[in-house]
Design a protein around this ligand. Structure first.
Ligand code: GLY
Length: 398
């Protein structure tokens, strides 16, 4: 039998039937970038057809029953499609994408005239934040656009939600809670760290570290505070159960604390940097052995029904930021897990064919399953964090 197998293998080699060589991560990134260009243009064409004089600033939200579902700028995800466009511009240098990105970013300035909540951080950092980072100041000057002034005003609006007696920024204005703070809010701190009151961001992160996390390093989704800072309750609203680990919640925590650790390190505040790093590193230790073989988590770590590509993409980004914090001096476990996630997301199981999927890159994300909302659909933030993680991945290691 062994002889037969050996002969078969030799025959296969003789016929040139070698196993396909695995793509390098640089090739994966190039392939996804080519798809992203096609999809971004396709999505813009769909939005242009759907928009009219009464709906000038439509934002993509998801794709259901063969149709692109849109939102207005107030939806917390309104910045992610502009952010995808900025990343495509950054990677290609093609000015057609800069112009598309400007077109989809500018309407979000109107948010400053609306009632906003903590998500102003997501909305502005992914749009105007990327514009400030990627766009030539001379071009912006000639167009009379000032992302910094929008970002500074947005940061002030976010800081105005801080309650000093509790040491946290309020997340939601809706619902039955006195003063709800969700773990997602860690992501919004980047706006304060870069354009606003860093001390407010630091205090929020320290209070969240104390009250949101369990002994094992995972976190609750929501903590409800009394006005004096007393904790009234802890819940996991978008997860399976209050005590379960909602995958995207863990992803926000991992990425949010890794981001804070890096910002403090850049500023030379090593005490705070190490404190925030410790939160993310403990969660990383919990997550790594619990990711499925292909890396993409189920929507809640207690469940095995729906995968959540968005949580996978955010976790990949968080792991890569943690590795950056360690100056790549570690055992490479986080890097390998990030690679596994990104390769799976770049496979046909998740990555859509160009001109399908409403122009979204990825399939199979979960928004709010307990609400039966956005289950197994494409979502803008999955695409955004996927592209971002691919640009964070150190291709020279592969
Ligand atoms: N920030 C809301 C969510 O993660 O669904």
């Amino acid at each position: 039998m062994r002889r037969l197998l050996l002969l078969a293998a030799l025959a296969a080699v003789a016929c040139g039937a070698r196993p396909p060589k695995e793509e390098t991560m640089a090739q994966v990134r190039e392939r996804v970038l080519a798809d992203a260009q096609a999809q971004a243009v396709y999505m813009d064409s769909l939005l242009t057809v759907m928009a009219g004089p009464d709906r000038p600033s439509l934002c993509p939200r998801n794709f259901r029953d063969g149709k692109l579902v849109t939102s207005d700028i107030d939806w917390w995800c309104s910045g992610f499609y502009p952010g995808v466009l900025w990343m495509v511009y950054e990677q290609t240098g093609d000015e057609a994408f800069r112009d598309l990105a400007v077109k989809h970013t500018l309407p979000l300035a109107e948010l400053l005239n609306h009632k906003t909540d903590h998500d102003i951080g997501f909305q502005l950092m992914s749009s105007f934040g990327k514009m400030a980072q990627d766009c030539d100041p001379e071009f912006l000057g000639s167009e009379g656009i000032s992302p910094d002034s929008v970002l500074t005003r947005g940061a002030a609006a976010l800081a105005s939600r801080f309650l000093p007696t509790a040491g946290v920024i309020r997340s939601w204005d809706h619902g039955k809670w006195n003063f709800p703070v969700i773990i997602d809010n860690m992501m919004n701190l980047e706006l304060l760290m870069d354009y606003g009151d860093r001390e407010v961001a630091e205090k929020h992160a320290l209070t969240t570290m104390k009250n949101h996390f369990r002994e094992d390093g995972t976190c609750y989704h929501l903590v409800n505070y009394a006005d004096d800072g007393t904790v009234l309750g802890k819940q996991t609203v978008q997860g399976f159960a209050d005590e379960s680990a909602w995958a995207r919640g863990q992803a926000w925590a991992l990425y949010g604390y890794a981001m804070m650790a890096l910002k403090e390190k850049e500023a030379g505040h090593m005490d705070l940097a190490d404190t925030f790093y410790g939160v993310a590193a403990k969660l990383e230790d919990w997550l790594l052995p619990r990711l499925p073989e292909d890396g993409v988590p189920f929507w809640d770590f207690s469940q095995t029904d729906y995968r959540d590509a968005s949580a996978g993409a955010i976790i990949a980004g968080g792991l890569l930021k943690l590795r950056e914090y360690r100056d790549a001096k570690d055992d490479g476990k986080g890097l390998r897990a990030a690679e596994r996630i990104l390769r799976t997301l770049a496979s046909p199981e998740y990555l859509a064919e160009p001109r399908t999927n409403g122009g979204f890159l990825l399939k199979h994300s979960v928004g709010h399953l307990p609400n039966k909302s956005e289950v197994d659909v494409p979502l803008t933030y999955a695409d955004y964090y996927f592209l971002e993680a691919l640009t964070l991945y150190p291709v020279s290691t592969n």
